[in-house]
Design a protein around this ligand. Structure first.
Ligand code: F6R
Length: 613
């Protein structure tokens, strides 16, 4: 849940590390620190709070040296404070560590070290790693071997980067389990290490990604990798085509706002090369989906967390309708512990922006153990969820920096639609004429999203009406029901307004008791098979004095006459309408949060990748 960056080369390390941390601040932002080797000594600067505090501290007391490591933290053990901020040093101060993950057996290891006379300065689990490495290095082994021995003692999932003043010409990086990535970037006479690509993109596109159980020795001129057991492994450099500008805010005040607007492009990109609109054909080669597998599947489980699970809820409806396969959505944190009934005729589809969400990866492991066909839909290229699946679809959205997921919600909706069409074709459940028609409609989707975005200003009044409320309800039916959930999640996570979502038909079974003047209802009522049902739902809400904000279709004159704020969007059929209905809800949440003065890109208590349970 933290961001890691490291540098070894001939330039001053500190500015490179601070710049890299700036790109990773979304991973954790309660404290930050850097450590640089100079003249045989390691100097550390750490500060509680946001990165700017650390930048000031380094300006006040500059650091010299061309080898260093940095960290931005999201606390797991110990309060967010300078003392608990990374890097953490061993007792002698000669070995310094940054870490992402949780040492599950840290109390046991701490006690063992304390018994041998080591005293601890922080409450963190990470300090145990630094002390343990020093303990093993004291036996006269190299830094690499000491890290190898120490990492071998840790339980849990970890990304770790280490430097030592005794071996100032190297950085050691290790990955154990799924606590986020460890990427090694190659430059000319300089090398970089980071937990995430945006920290490296300013410097290089040539990157290698460590797998679980691998340790790298990184020098100015290159790197070599061994397994924990000591076997040498070849980890190839890959060329990553994300550009650094994509990880910048541009003219937007917030990453979230920029990312909402990027959906015209990201949706076009996610279809590019995968669809022949004229012939109604879909190509998903990275999925490894053969006709035999398509015919064999008897059940589909979509597993994910948060926003990604809402995309799964739409996917379930599409796969059932177009491919006629019984489908369900299983929240990854539940699936992993339920001993679910999964066999080789079950396809498990994991959806994850980061590809590193601990619960989603554990659910994938469970599916793998039970012999399922295992697919993933992921954004971060090279992530664990992409690598451990039998086949994958890459979302093609580029980096998503805002903590609240937006473009990584709509891209998988299109990916799941494509998958449903392909499964429908291969299983013979989707007639050619319908396939042609459905695929042709896809082509206009990016343009229609652009049309929704161009109406942003018309949402200002509705945002103004929401900004002072404490609770609200989101309602939808059919393919809009998951959008009610997603709209409510967007509002609650960035504006801190309590927002609850319900399938609209459930209202009369309890929640309608909540409706009065102080409880606004956001209703999704596009022209679809559930339209008339939504009309009657809106009537019942209005009859109880509730304020209604409704998303409806252009040309509809019934809904605007009934509600307080109507938000018309262009028409598209119900299978694709979630891609449009969510756009005004993303913008509404964004505008409301801005009006409330909230930190939109880094909401309290949240981090971008949830790599711990
Ligand atoms: C909400 C949000 C989270 C993530 C969830 C899964 O805006 O961002 O709910 O969707 O933590 O993350 P990924 O998709 O990285 O697995």
């Amino acid at each position: 849940m933290c961001g890691i960056v490291a540098y070894i080369g001939s330039r001053e390390a500190a500015p490179i590390l601070l710049e890299g941390l700036k790109r990773l601040e979304y991973r954790g932002y309660d404290s930050a620190g850097v450590a640089v080797i100079h003249d045989g000594k390691i100097a550390v600067r750490r500060e509680a709070g946001k990165l700017k505090n650390l930048v000031k501290a380094v300006q006040a007391e500059p650091l010299q040296g061309s080898v260093g490591i940095g960290h931005t933290r999201w606390a797991t053990h110990g309060e967010p404070s300078e003392r608990n901020a990374h890097p953490h040093a061993s007792a002698s101060g000669d070995i310094v560590v940054v870490h992402n993950g949780i040492v599950e057996n840290f109390l046991e290891l701490k006690e063992e070290l304390q018994q041998s006379g080591v005293t601890f300065r922080s409450e963190t689990d990470t300090e145990v790693i630094a002390q343990l490495i020093e303990h093993y290095a004291a036996g006269g082994t190299t830094l690499f071997e000491a890290v190898q021995s120490a990492v071998g003692r840790l339980r849990g999932a970890h990304g770790i980067v280490v430097i030592s003043s005794h071996e100032p010409d190297r950085i050691i990086a290790a990955r154990l389990g799924n606590a986020g990535g460890v990427a090694i970037g190659a430059g000319q006479g300089e090398m970089f290490v980071a937990s995430d690509m945006p920290a490296l993109l300013d410097h290089t596109r040539r990157m290698a990604f460590l797998d679980s159980g691998q340790i790298a020795l990184v020098t100015r001129d290159g790197f070599s990798v061994r397994t924990l057991e000591g076997t040498a492994v070849e980890v190839p450099l890959q060329t990553v085509d994300w550009d650094a500008a994509a990880a910048e805010k541009g003219n937007y005040a917030h990453f979230m706002h920029k990312e909402i607007h990027e959906q015209v492009r990201s949706l076009g990109d996610t279809m590019a090369g995968r669809v022949d609109f004229e012939r109604g054909e879909v190509f998903l080669p990275t999925l490894q989906l053969t006709p035999a597998v398509a015919r064999r599947i008897k059940r589909v489980i979509l597993t994910a967390c948060g926003t990604a699970s809402h995309a799964g809820m739409v996917g379930r409806i599409l796969i059932e309708r177009l491919a006629r396969i019984p489908s369900e959505v299983d929240i990854a944190s539940e699936l992993r512990y339920r001993d679910p009934i999964i066999d080789r005729d079950t396809a498990v589809i994991a959806i994850s922006q980061s590809g590193e969400t601990a619960d989603t990866l554990a659910a994938m492991d469970e599916a793998r153990r039970k012999g399922a066909v295992l697919w993933s839909i992921v954004n971060v290229v090279g992530s664990q969820a992409m690598r451990i699946a039998d086949g994958y679809l890459s979302m093609q959205t580029g980096p998503e920096i805002g903590v609240a997921s937006t473009k990584a919600f709509t891209a998988p909706l299109v990916d799941l639609f494509l998958l449903a069409v392909l499964l429908g074709k291969l299983r013979g459940t989707l007639p050619d004429s319908e396939r042609l028609e459905r695929v042709a409609e896809l082509r206009k989707l990016p343009g229609l999203v652009g049309e929704c975005l161009s109406r942003e200003e018309s949402l200002s009044k509705a945002a103004d009406a929401l900004k002072d409320v404490t609770h609200c309800l989101y309602l939808g039916r059919g393919s809009s029901m998951p959008i009610a959930y997603e709209g409510a999640l967007k509002l609650k996570e960035i504006s801190y307004i309590h927002a609850e979502a319900y399938p609209a038909g459930e209202m009369k079974h309890g929640p309608i008791a909540l409706v009065d003047k102080s409880m606004p209802v956001i209703a999704l009522a596009p022209r679809d098979p559930w339209y008339e049902k939504m009309i009657s739902q809106i009537e019942q809400t209005k009859a109880r004095g509730g304020t209604v904000i409704a998303v409806c279709t252009d040309g509809d004159d019934r809904i605007p006459a009934m509600v307080d704020f109507a938000i018309p969007i262009p028409y598209v059929s119900w299978m694709l309408s979630p891609v449009l209905t969510i756009i005004p809800l993303q913008l509404l949440a964004y505008k409301t949060a801005v009006l409330r003065g909230c930190d939109v890109d880094q909401p309290r208590n949240l981090a971008k990748s949830v790599t711990v349970e």
